[in-house]
Write a protein that binds this ligand. Structure first.
Ligand code: BG6
Length: 489
């Protein structure tokens, strides 16, 4: 669907997200000829800059992050779409300048993208309403973190909901915009092959890992009040779990998909203080080596609190109480300064019930399907096959589908796709208020216990797969994380 003319207002326009992701994504779409002639981007920030000064900052800070092919003419045209408005978003006084910059035309789409701390969401929405900009043709995009617990998430939903209707609110989780996540939907609901097997009778366990090599770097200010549970698990990992576990929606329409995801979130088995210690591991990195380079521990990062108890790693064993999934463990894991940079979903099938060959059943590697999100996007299906030759020996082999190789068409970054969806008014890949609250509700007992506990997160050496307790967590079920089960190279 072609875009119609729009004003995209970026609050936090001079910030990190705008420079690293949002403006480069909009340039890429401009280059792909998706932006109509009347597309404008109004960046709002606190710096007292003119538009020309702001464009200097864009040149220095956003341009280096452009991954699309750089074309000087298109870049220049793109920059001409940008206006800068200096404004203290928390005070109603400056909004007249924004009113003047935004076009007063009811036929235009108007999007307010709040790439700001969540504490500003309510104030900005109320200020927009007060100056008459929260019109029926307006949409608002909320960047994470969407609260820091259930109470604050409910407050955000109520505050933003007092100005905009649910159909106007786009809660972003950029993992849902990733190509491989869309492909998981295609794999599950565009083929008959897996769906009959996609259940407790045939699946032994599911592992979802988002491992990062990077540390917290200069983000300690934000990260230290957040931690891996709030930063990654409550949103990205739970959203991936929903896509893996949901029942087939009747259509790929916003509410049909979001209703099914909500059912998964509400079916997650609740933790009690007694079950928590067996099912949740939190860790924090200490100094170590990543890719052969010495890196400091989390507490020694610039600006970090030397006594910080914030977790940089979390692993959880979750269960979904439904007929389809009862008893199947879903292991969720994420961490900074890990041994590798990868995001993947591993669906492991059950072992064969009986071997007809001169090999014990134990020598058969159970089939597994790996959906790779990062660094390469692809699918791996692990099967047993006969080795060539006289004897009937079976060995595991990998059927590999590399999406980049198979489809040579240019890639679309998650933010490009999600920004296009916002501009088109397409809500399927955005979280609904009840989904957000259900996700917080499930993590709440973990947060509560961590707040009460005196004990610290378990240290792990940077450049490893996290604390040994994470291996013990999965080991109690007689299983291993995928990398532990792989043969030594
Ligand atoms: C963000 C987190 O939401 O996702 C970051 O705040 C994290 O801490 C990032 O690094 C990871 O996203 P991606 O797309 O690089 O895997």
């Amino acid at each position: 669907m072609a875009l119609t003319d729009f004003d995209l207002v970026l609050f936090g326009g001079g910030g990190d997200l705008a420079m690293r992701k949002l403006l480069p994504a909009m340039y890429a779409r401009d280059r792909a000829r998706d932006l109509p002639a009347g597309a404008r981007i109004i960046c709002v920030g606190r710096h007292d800059w003119s538009t020309a000064e702001f464009l200097d900052a864009v040149e220095a800070n956003a341009k280096p992050h452009v991954t699309a092919v750089m074309d000087a003419t298109i870049w220049q045209r793109f920059c001409q779409r940008i206006t800068y408005v200096a404004l203290d978003a928390s005070s109603p006084d400056g909004y007249a300048a924004l009113v003047a910059a935004v076009r007063d035309d009811a036929s235009l789409t108007r999007v307010f993208y709040l790439a700001t701390p969540p504490t500003l969401f309510a104030t900005i929405c109320l200020n927009l309403a007060a100056c008459g900009m929260a019109t029926p043709n307006s949409r608002v995009v909320l960047e994470k973190p969407l609260g820091r617990d259930l109470k604050s998430a409910k407050q955000i939903n109520a505050d933003v909901g007092s100005v905009f209707s649910e159909e106007q609110i786009f809660r972003i989780d950029h993992y849902l915009g990733k190509e491989a996540v869309q492909n998981l939907l295609a794999l599950r609901f565009g083929n008959v092959l897996f769906e009959p097997l996609w259940r407790r009778e045939w699946i032994s366990d599911v592992q979802i890992t988002i491992a990062e090599e990077i540390g917290v770097g200069s983000r300690t200010g934000y990260y230290d009040t957040s931690g891996a549970l709030r930063d990654m698990l409550q949103n990205h990992l739970l959203q991936l779990l929903c896509i893996v576990a949901m029942e087939p929606p009747t259509l790929i329409t916003p509410d049909a998909v979001r209703d099914e995801k909500l059912k998964v979130l509400r079916s997650l088995k609740k933790f009690t203080p007694a079950t928590l210690s067996q099912n949740v591991v939190r860790g924090q990195y200490r100094a170590g080596h990543v890719n052969g380079v010495a890196v400091p521990g989390y507490r020694k990062e610039p600006g970090a609190n030397p006594d910080s108890q914030t977790e940089t790693f979390v692993a959880v064993r979750a269960e979904i109480d439904t007929w389809r999934w009862a008893g199947v463990p879903f292991y969720l894991r994420t961490g900074k300064r890990m041994a590798d940079q990868l995001a993947e979903i591993v669906v492991r099938f059950k072992a064969i019930p009986h071997s007809i060959f001169a090999q014990s059943t134990g020598s058969f590697q159970p089939n597994s399907l790996v959906i790779r999100l990062q660094p390469d996007e692809g699918l791996h299906l692990n099967l047993m096959a006969k080795t060539p030759g006289d004897s009937m020996r079976l060995k595991p082999v990998d059927l590999e589908l590399d999406f980049r190789e198979t489809f040579k068409t240019p890639r679309m970054d998650a933010y490009e796709r999600l920004l296009l969806d916002v501009l088109r008014g397409q809500l399927t890949l955005f979280m609904r208020s009840d989904e957000l609250e259900a996700a917080w509700e499930w993590v709440e007992p973990i947060l509560e216990q961590w707040e009460q506990e005196e004990n610290e997160p378990i240290p792990y050496t940077a450049g490893t797969w996290g604390p040994a307790a994470a291996s013990a967590l999965i080991g109690r079920d007689g299983l291993q994380w995928r990398e532990e089960a792989l043969p030594e190279m």
